[in-house]
Design a protein around this ligand. Structure first.
Ligand SMILES: [Zn+2]
Length: 312
């Protein structure tokens, strides 16, 4: 039988959606709508200090304004809930119990001399593997990462292979402050929600091998991955605060029509040309379907677009 395609967007409600978030959301929605799959909205509020319900409400509202819709989510329900990570403790606890873990009392300071990966992340040197270095301190929980290479083929980034034990070391699954780590939550949730296709920003490509390693250790099915380029500013660098590009809420409040935002975002990855000034999200689906049929997004071009002028 044909497997049901299931994809998701998983924002963290810790602020407003900038244009990069909006573009990734639009592309993940577009890919699933092209393939006639089920689209899921999952709120990644696992960080209890930074997450706020008012940010969640604004994000979902702004995404709807942009023209996105979802078949399952915290505000529409579905059979694979809960759709907020803050309600999934039991799910994470059960996953943790299946893994070989140890308590780690290392602080940031303890790890200051540890080796680092090419992305600047600490490669955990295993200080607490035999016994916690400092039993009087609160501890995080780490997974004793099994050795071996982890490989996968990304739809946009190609083949990625990593030896997670060597290049990352033992991974934190539960933080010292008792919050669940993102890496555990995302893997467990994708499994629990039967996600088949993950389309997300290229900034998460580097953490994909460890997520796959974890999924395999937990016996979860592996989704297919597609990491899309990060949005660029006019100088060709990754769009950041210094570019002063408006966030999605600001555009909406300024009275910019959503189809103009969709057209600009679609232009920036080469889905439509610069003669298109307004396009609704469903029109974008139809445009791409004429090009690629039901097979989903095939290629994206990184184009330089001006984000500071929204007239005309
Ligand atoms: Zn440690």
């Amino acid at each position: 039988m044909h497997q049901q395609i299931r994809g998701r967007y998983a924002p963290s409600p810790t602020g407003r959606l900038h244009l990069g978030n909006a573009r990734t959301a639009l592309l993940s929605w577009l890919d699933i709508r092209l393939r006639r799959g089920v689209y899921i909205m999952r709120v990644e509020d696992v960080d209890s200090q930074r997450s706020r319900p008012e940010y969640e409400a604004r994000m979902l509202d702004d995404l709807r304004w942009l023209g996105l819709d979802w078949d399952e989510g915290p505000d529409v329900g579905g059979n694979y809930g809960p759709y907020r990570q803050s309600a999934c403790h039991e799910r994470y606890r059960q996953a943790l119990a299946k893994l070989d873990t140890f308590a780690c009392t290392c602080t940031r300071k303890d790890l200051a001399q540890a080796p680092r990966s090419h992305t600047g992340e600490v490669i955990y040197p295993g200080y607490c593997r035999q016994a916690p270095c400092n039993p009087d301190r609160g501890s995080a929980i780490r997974w004793r990462v099994p050795p071996g290479q982890v490989g996968f083929c990304d739809r946009f980034a190609g083949t990625v292979i990593e030896d997670v034990a060597r290049d990352t070391g033992d991974i934190i699954l539960r933080r010292r402050d008792r919050d669940w780590a993102y890496q555990l939550a995302v893997v467990v949730d994708d499994g629990a929600m039967a996600i088949t296709d993950v389309l997300r920003g290229a900034d998460l490509l580097a953490s994909t091998p460890r997520q796959l390693h974890l999924a395999r250790a937990l016996g979860l099915p592996e989704p297919s991955y597609a990491h899309v380029p990060l949005i660029l500013g006019e100088d060709g660098r990754k769009l950041s605060k210094s570019h002063r590009a408006p966030d999605l809420s600001a555009l909406r409040e300024a009275g910019i029509p959503a189809p103009r935002v969709v057209a600009r975002l679609a232009q920036s990855v080469g889905l439509v040309d610069t003669s298109v000034h307004e396009l609704t999200a469903p029109q974008l689906v139809e445009t791409c379907r004429q090009r690629w049929g039901d097979e989903g997004l095939k290629q994206l071009e990184q184009r330089i677009v001006s984000w500071d002028s929204w007239g005309g």
